[in-house]
Design a protein around this ligand. Structure first.
Ligand code: UDP
Length: 324
């Protein structure tokens, strides 16, 4: 199979490229190296079935030959990370909306299958301890709070994708990732786990925003790839939306508990420090959400998906990665 991964030098994309290469597939990556990193895929360059093109999805001339070449597309290229989005609102809107439009338009010419990467962020900030289901209502804060740009762009992407499916029969599916973590993820653009691990290893304060009682369910990258590839290849998934997340029993935690876990696993002397939101982000640009865990019934009804990695095991791998 010939696989095109947009954003393939990023955290998820580079692991996905490895996974397909291991299976004997040919892999092409298109990445503008904005938040992606050449170091993530450098080791794949010696593989004759791997090819990297440095360029942007915003230029159809760059993208077209790759789309024509491939059998299937994983569209992962996007502006990501709360800090990155807040610092680069215009670029984020353009990359995420126009970029996806170009990918879908080109894919539609030869009806190439597209896996469109989306996010649990689209659900917004529902209150109460309820897991998110694919058809749930969305609840976002005001337009002026930049944090919601990411959610909004991904919602537009999803609507574009679904419209291409309904009106043009483009085989397209949507996967909503829930806080995927693993080696190679950087904390430079937000993302709490790599930030805390780095802080702990350097002996810097481990920063907990707000009161730390907000909760997330983290997903190991290898579990995420099991689900992602199975969905991308399943004959009945086009036109569908799927949550993809970790095991709630083993991987759901409060953020303050996460900080203490990281401190203990790294055997760090670093203090756990509470930082008010207004100090962590420009005033008015950020709003947190209290609780986010996935309902995994739908993915399980289509493919054999059972996330295996406990949060502690994933954290240990991430710590090893940063140490090395
Ligand atoms: N967070 C934190 N300290 C940090 C970075 C993030 O306490 O240094 C919190 C953040 O406010 C949120 C959670 O960790 O409640 C997860 O943040 P992240 O940006 O990783 O992902 P989100 O789930 O918010 O999209």
């Amino acid at each position: 199979m010939k696989v095109l991964i947009t954003g393939g030098a990023g955290f998820i994309g580079s692991h996905l490229a490895e996974r397909h290469l291991r299976r004997g597939d040919e892999v092409a990556v298109l990445d503008d190296l904005s938040t992606g990193d050449y170091n993530n895929i450098h080791h794949l360059e010696s593989n004759a079935r791997f090819n990297i093109k440095v360029g942007t999805i915003l230029e159809s001339e760059t993208l077209r030959p790759l789309v024509e070449w491939c059998d299937t597309i994983y569209h992962l290229a996007a502006a990501v990370g709360v800090n990155y989005i807040i610092d680069n609102p215009l670029h984020s809107l353009t990359t995420n909306i126009r970029g996806t439009e170009i990918v879908l338009e080109l894919a539609n010419k030869d009806k190439k299958r597209v896996m469109l990467a989306s996010t649990s962020e689209v659900y917004g900030k529902k209150n109460g301890k309820v897991s998110f289901q694919e058809n749930d209502d969305r609840l976002l804060g005001p337009i002026t709070v930049d944090r919601w740009i990411y959610s909004t762009t991904k919602a537009v992407d999803e609507m574009l994708g679904l419209s291409y499916w309904r009106e043009k029969k483009l085989p397209m599916l949507i996967v909503r990732f829930f806080n995927v973590i693993g080696p190679r993820q950087t904390g430079d653009y937000g993302m709490v786990v790599p930030r805390m691990v780095k802080q702990a290893l350097l002996g810097h304060p481990i920063t907990v925003y707000g009161d730390g009682e907000q909760r997330r369910c983290f997903t190991d990258i290898e579990d995420a790839l099991d689900g992602l590839v199975a969905l991308a290849e399943h004959p009945d998934t086009p036109g569908e939306i799927f949550n993809l997340g970790g095991n709630v029993e083993t991987n759901e935690t409060s953020i303050v508990n996460l900080a203490h876990k990281v401190k203990s696993l790294t055997e760090s002397d670093a203090p756990v420090e509470f930082v008010p939101y207004d100090k962590a982000f420009a005033k008015g640009s950020y709003e947190d959400l209290n609780y986010r865990v996935p309902d995994l019934s739908k993915i399980r009804s289509f493919v054999d998906y059972e996330p295996k990695m406990s949060l502690d095991n994933t954290l240990r791998r991430i710590i090893n990665y940063f140490e090395s």
